[in-house]
Design a protein around this ligand. Structure first.
Ligand SMILES: Nc1ncnc2c1ncn2[C@@H]1O[C@H](COP(=O)(O)OP(=O)(O)O)[C@@H](O)[C@H]1O
Ligand SMILES: [Mg+2]
Length: 545
C-alpha cells in the first residue's frame, strides 16, 4: 500500500479535477460546434454547466433589443409551472445587478439574496438564496448571461465563477453563431416566401395574359392595336377574316391602306381628335377587303398609354354589312310607302276633281235649268237651296283635292307651290309668313321625290307652327348650293325640348316629327330639328341634288 503525503494527495486531486474540467470543456466545445439550433445550443450549455457548477436551478437569458434580457432556456425551476411563460420572462437592464454585469462584463455573485438590498424577488424563483450571474460576451458585447442559483447561501466560490466564465467564453460565440444561423434561416424563409409570391404573381399574370390573348384571338369582332403613326402592331383572327388579308399582310402596314380612299381623311381627323382626348370614339367607315369588296364597319377605339405616355390606339371593328342591308331595306320600304301614299293621294285628288267635280258641275247646271222652269213657283225656293248646297260641295271637293295633292306642285314646281301654299295658309290662319327664296331660277324643277319631300315637310312644319308655336313671325327659306337644296322653316314661338319630348312621349305623339324625318331620309337628305323653350323652332332639311 502506497502512502501519499497530504500535499501529494492534494496535488493529485487537483490535477484530476483540472483534467476533468479540461475534458468537460473540450466535450462542450465539440458539442457546441456540432449544432446550429439555438435551442439545442442553450440546452447543451445548461448540461455542461451542470457538470462544472453544481447548481440547483439555472437559466440562460439572451439580450433582446437594447435593454431587455429574455429567459431563453431554463433548468429545474419547480416553481414555474408553465415553461412557455417562464421562457418569455424578460428583465430590464435597469435591474441594478444585471446592469452591473453588463457594464463591468464581469460575473457577479450574490452570496445571500436575503441580505442583498438590490435583489429583486421573482415569483417562481423564491428558492434562490445564493446567486451567480455570468455574462456571455461576444465581440466585446454582452449578448446574454447565465443565471445560476443555489438554495443554500454562500455556496458559490470564485472557483465556480471561473469555471462558469471559461464555459461562457466558448458558449458566447456558439450562441452568436446559432443566432446568426437562425436569422439567416429567417431571411431564407422570407426570401423563399417572396420568391413563391412572385412566382404566384407571375402565374396569375401569365393566366390573365392568356385569358386576354384568348379573348383577343377568339373575339367575333376584329381587334387591332396600332402605333401613333397608324401602323398596325397586332391584329386578331377576326381581322383576317374581315379583311381577307393574312396577319403578316396587315401588321407593319398603315391603316390608310385598308380604308376606302374617300374615308381616309375622315379617319385621319378622328385619329388626331382621339389622341387629343381621352375616352372612346366610334364611327363608321368602309374597309376595302383584299378581294376588293367594301365592308362597312363600325369602329370603336381608344388611346392606350404606357406609364402615362400615349403609345397607340386599340380598337374594335365590327362588320355591319347585315345591319346596313337591313337599314337600306327599311329605308327603301319607307320610300316606297311614301311614294305609294303620294300616288294614292294624287289618284284620289284627281278622282275627286275629275269625276265627282264633274258630276257636281253637271248637277249644278241641271239645277240652273230647273230654276228657269220653276221661276215663280213654290219649288224655286228649294232649287235655290240645292244650288247653294252643290256649290258648297264643289268647293269642299276642290279644297280636299288640292290639299291632297296640289296640282301646282306637279305643274309649276316647288317655289311656286310653296308660295301658293303659304298664301292659302295666311288666308286660313291670319298668320303672315315670309317666303325667302334664294333659288337662282324660281322655275327650276327638281326631282319629284325632292319636291314632294320639301313641300310636305314645309306643310307639316307650318301646321305645327299654327298648332303649337303661338308665333308672331314665321320664315320659309329655300336655298340652293352647288349640289344641295336646303329648306328652312323657322318660327319665334314657344319652342319645345326635343329630348324630353322624345323621352316622355309615346311615338304616336310625335308622328308629325317622325314623318318629316322619314320623308327627309327617303329623299336621301337629312332633317335637323332645333328648338328651345321660348326661343322658337327651326326645321332644316338638306337634300343632295
Ligand atoms: N313649331 C313648334 N313650336 C312649338 N312646339 C312644337 C312645334 N313643332 C312641334 N312642337 C311640339 O312637338 C310635338 C310633336 O309634334 P308632332 O310630331 O308634329 O305632333 P302633333 O303636331 O301631332 O302634336 C307637338 O305636340 C308640340 O308639343
Ligand atoms: Mg304636327
Amino acid at each position: 500500500m502506497k502512502t501519499e503525503t497530504p500535499e501529494l494527495a492534494g496535488l493529485l486531486a487537483r490535477e484530476q479535477a483540472i483534467r476533468r474540467e479540461t475534458e468537460i470543456l473540450r466535450d462542450a466545445n465539440i458539442a457546441l460546434t456540432q449544432n446550429l439550433s439555438l435551442e439545442r445550443v442553450l440546452e447543451t450549455l445548461l448540461d455542461f454547466l451542470a457538470q462544472l457548477v453544481p447548481y440547483d436551478s439555472a437559466n440562460v437569458m439572451l439580450r433582446s433589443g437594447d435593454s431587455q434580457f429574455v429567459v431563453s432556456a431554463l433548468r429545474r425551476y419547480e416553481g414555474f409551472q408553465n415553461v412557455e411563460t417562464t421562457r418569455s420572462i424578460a428583465f430590464d437592464s435597469t435591474n441594478p445587478l444585471l446592469h452591473r454585469i453588463c457594464t463591468t462584463q464581469q460575473s457577479l455573485v450574490v452570496p445571500d439574496t436575503r441580505k442583498e438590498p438590490e435583489w429583486q424577488f421573482v415569483t417562481g424563483a423564491d428558492h434562490v438564496r445564493n446567486w451567480m450571474g455570468v455574462p456571455l460576451v461576444s465581440s466585446g458585447a454582452v449578448i446574454g448571461l447565465y443565471s445560476v442559483d443555489k438554495v443554500e447561501p454562500n455556496f458559490f466560490q470564485p472557483e465556480h465563477a471561473r469555471l462558469a466564465e471559461t464555459l461562457a467564453a466558448r458558449a458566447a460565440s456558439a450562441i452568436q453563431n446559432a443566432q446568426l444561423f437562425e436569422q439567416s434561416q429567417r431571411y431564407v424563409a422570407e426570401l423563399e416566401e417572396i420568391i413563391v409570391e412572385r412566382e404566384r404573381a407571375e402565374v396569375a399574370l401569365r393566366e390573365s395574359e392568356e385569358r386576354y390573348r384568348q379573348l383577343f384571338e377568339n373575339a367575333k369582332d376584329a381587334i387591332y392595336v396600332h402605333d401613333l403613326k397608324g401602323t398596325y402592331l397586332k391584329v386578331n383572327r377576326a381581322a383576317e377574316e374581315l379583311s381577307g388579308y393574312m396577319r403578316d399582310e396587315i401588321v407593319g402596314h398603315n391603316f390608310e391602306e385598308f380604308i376606302a380612299p374617300e374615308h381616309v381623311n375622315f379617319v385621319r381627323k378622328r385619329f388626331c381628335a382621339k389622341l387629343a382626348q381621352q375616352g372612346e370614339t366610334s364611327y363608321e367607315v368602309d374597309v376595302i377587303a383584299k378581294d376588293g369588296r367594301r365592308v362597312p364597319v363600325e369602329v370603336s377605339s381608344r388611346a392606350i398609354y404606357d406609364n402615362g405616355q400615349l403609345v397607340g390606339v386599340q380598337g374594335m371593328a365590327r362588320d355591319i354589312t347585315e345591319r346596313k342591308l337591313a337599314q337600306d331595306a327599311l329605308q327603301m320600304f319607307s320610300r316606297q310607302l311614301i311614294e305609294a301614299q303620294e300616288e294614292e293621294r294624287r289618284r284620289i285628288a284627281r278622282e275627286l276633281h275629275d269625276q265627282i267635280g264633274q258630276i257636281l258641275t253637271a248637277v249644278k247646271m241641271n239645277l240652273h235649268t230647273v230654276r228657269q222652269f220653276s221661276h215663280g213657283s213654290e219649288a224655286a225656293h228649294y232649287v235655290k237651296d240645292n244650288i247653294e248646297a252643290v256649290d258648297e260641295a264643289l268647293r269642299l271637293v276642290r279644297d280636299l283635292s288640292i290639299d291632297l295633292r296640289p296640282p301646282v306642285l306637279d305643274d309649276l314646281g316647288l317655289d311656286t307651290a310653296l308660295r301658293w301654299y303659304v298664301d292659302r295658309y295666311t288666308q286660313r290662319t291670319g298668320l303672315s309668313v315670309d317666303v325667302v327664296s334664294e333659288l337662282p331660277d324660281r322655275n327650276e324643277r327638281f326631282s319629284r321625290d325632292v319636291e314632294t319631300a320639301c313641300f310636305r315637310i314645309a306643310q307639316e312644319a307650318l301646321t305645327n307652327v299654327i298648332r303649337h308655336a303661338s308665333a308672331s313671325q314665321v320664315v320659309v327659306q329655300l336655298m340652293k348650293s352647288a349640289n344641295t337644296l336646303t329648306l328652312i322653316v323657322k318660327d319665334n314661338g314657344v319652342g319645345f325640348d326635343l329630348k324630353s319630348l322624345r323621352m316622355r312621349s309615346p311615338r304616336a305623339a310625335t308622328l308629325g316629327l317622325i314623318s318629316m324625318q322619314e320623308r327627309a331620309h327617303a329623299a336621301g337628305g337629312t332633317l335637323e330639328i332645333e328648338s328651345r323653350r321660348t326661343k322658337g323652332t327651326r326645321i332644316r332639311f338638306i337634300v343632295p341634288l
